[in-house]
Design a protein around this ligand. Structure first.
Ligand SMILES: C[S@@+](CC[C@H](N)C(=O)[O-])C[C@H]1O[C@@H](n2cnc3c(N)ncnc32)[C@H](O)[C@@H]1O
Length: 408
């Protein structure tokens, strides 16, 4: 199979989230692993998508879905992390004048009630004190009041405002696969940061749109979509744009653990474990059942087994990752119409000297199930340490790319 590979450096700045930080609603939470709304709208123009549905099986913070909504195109998404699911749901929600009025009213209610909380409930996250120090008490008071709001739309609006300022107000910083404590980090004052965030979010919501209950994000695992759901949505989407977790051992439940605990999505370590186990096999913090998956992956697995790798679970993770992606692509294929496009934004990875060309492998898997691979656009090269760079023979394959598939 021949895959046309072209370099598209203009996508280099769009495969990250920074462009979204100047946009209404998109900027509500900075998802470092996300991509820009402009990338989605450029793809819609390039592929001439003016109607039909847009599908994102890994919705993250909802960039694909929100961009479709802004363009008046129907959308459907899946997300397995309850914090990111709620974030997407809140960003794509429709706010009418009555809900906007209620949201305004709650600004002062939250402030007043939080000072009157009698018994402050703690969270079970072991690092809570270390992360928030003396601000922990006021953060917990606001949390308690917000989680007690009965109206889901209002609660979610304030919960997202609350969660989106936590990183700025603490001593910890998200860094790669977890948290770091930079010695010079100065936490912002929580009450001011929260109040400013609420003002910013209120400026972004406008009245007047009509809600469509078919346009939604579903809380669930996109590898295992119920057959009646697939039946209902089959052959309906014109485009699927998504970015799966990369094969780089990043665990989203670890990166977003503060938001998961403080948002009340997780109340015990066993809850975290459950989310990990229902997420794609792209990290080592979950139970990985060894399987001898696809034949074409085996040469990479064998090569990795001969490397000096930091965990013996890595070969099984690689194997399961592609078996999982096969399940996802099968579901995407079902949801797309004939002729519908699928664009996967993905980065390759290296273990020892071995580069795993995830982009090319996904193209081959796609072809095996009824897609045609149109092209592979390389957006940018990925960095690795100079020592590793020297060891890797095909380091040009360490890249972030867009894989274009079309349903035959
Ligand atoms: C790279 S992020 C997506 C970023 C997103 N495109 C954006 O710009 O916001 C991958 C997402 O996939 C989610 N995820 C992982 N496994 C999943 C699964 N089995 N089903 C649905 N979502 C999953 C993760 O929680 C994470 O939010």
């Amino acid at each position: 199979m021949h895959i046309p590979i072209t370099s598209q450096p203009e996508y280099g700045n769009l495969v990250n989230f920074s462009g979204n930080m100047n946009l209404p609603i998109h900027s509500w939470f900075n998802l470092k692993e996300g991509y820009s709304s402009k990338l989605v709208s450029d793809l819609m123009s390039e592929l001439k998508i003016k109607e039909g549905k847009v599908f994102d099986p890994f919705s993250g913070c909802g960039t694909t879905l929100l961009t479709a909504k802004e363009k008046g195109i129907n959308f459907l998404g899946f997300e397995v992390n309850p914090f990111l699911y709620t974030l997407t749901k809140t960003k794509i929600a429709t706010y009418d004048s009555s809900s906007i009025q209620k949201i305004y009213k709650y600004k002062s209610i939250i402030k007043n009630r939080s000072s009157k909380v009698q018994k402050v409930q703690r969270v079970g996250l072991s690092i809570a004190d270390k992360v928030f120090g003396s601000q922990l008490d006021s953060i917990l008071r606001y949390r308690q009041v917000i989680l007690g709001i009965r109206d889901e739309k209002i609660r979610n609006f304030y919960l997202i405002a609350f969660l989106s300022v936590l990183e700025r107000c603490g001593f910890a910083k998200k860094d790669g696969n977890g948290l770091r404590y930079p010695p010079r980090k100065k936490p912002e004052q929580f009450i001011t940061a929260f109040s400013n965030k609420v003002e910013q979010m209120l400026e972004d919501i406008v009245d007047g749109q009509v809600a469509d209950s078919n346009n939604k994000v579903v809380f669930g695992d996109c590898r295992n979509i119920a057959s009646d759901f697939l039946e209902e949505h089959k052959n309906s989407a014109a485009l699927s744009v998504f970015s799966p977790p990369y094969l780089n051992c990043f665990d989203y439940t670890e990166i977003y653990k503060v938001e998961l605990w403080f948002g009340g999505f997780v109340n015990a370590y066993s809850d975290l474990k459950n989310i990990r186990n229902s997420s794609l096999t792209s990290h080592l913090n979950k139970e990985i059942v060894p399987e001898k998956g696809m034949q074409m992956i085996q040469k990479y697995i064998t090569a990795i087994r001969h490397q000096d790798i930091w965990s013996p679970k890595i070969p099984d993770m690689v194997d399961s990752y592609f078996s999982d992606m096969q399940k996802v692509l099968r579901n995407v294929h079902k949801v797309l119409k004939k002729g519908g496009h699928c664009v996967i934004i993905v980065g390759n990875s290296a273990y020892g000297r071995v580069v795993i060309p995830t982009d090319e492998i996904l193209a081959v898997i796609g072809e095996s199930m009824g897609f045609k691979c149109i092209k592979l656009d390389v957006a940018r090269k990925l960095n690795t340490s100079p020592q590793q760079q020297k060891k890797i023979t095909n380091s040009e394959k360490l890249r972030e790319s867009l894989v274009y598939l079309q349903k035959c």
